[in-house]
Ligand binder design. Structure first.
Ligand code: SF4
Length: 89
């Protein structure tokens, strides 16, 4: 989904799935104890019934029409930083 060095990934995530994963990490000292962690909605698609277009389209908060029909390639989003997302096509 996304490739870069660790520092850049944590500082400037580009792919919506990466952003969702990073938002779901608990941070000690931040928030209330009873506060729920963010979660990526939906479920992982069945390998027997994969969606057309982007495999993340049913769960992505940034989905748009092309995501349902076009399979994303890997796009350059920065120096030594790539993401498989149509937002960067
Ligand atoms: S291609 Fe579309 S659905 Fe897939 S991650 Fe990017 S914005 Fe979301």
């Amino acid at each position: 989904m996304e490739y870069t060095d660790v520092k850049t990934l944590f500082a400037e995530p580009k792919h919506p799935y990466t952003v969702g994963l990073l938002q779901s990490i608990p941070v000690l000292g931040r928030g209330q104890r009873d506060q729920k962690l963010n979660a990526i909605s939906g479920v992982v698609p069945s390998l027997l019934n994969l969606p057309s277009g982007c495999l993340f389209s049913d769960r992505c908060p940034d989905v748009f029409a092309d995501c349902r029909t076009i399979e994303p390639h890997v796009y350059q989003v920065g120096k030594n930083h790539t993401a498989r997302c149509l937002k960067y096509a």
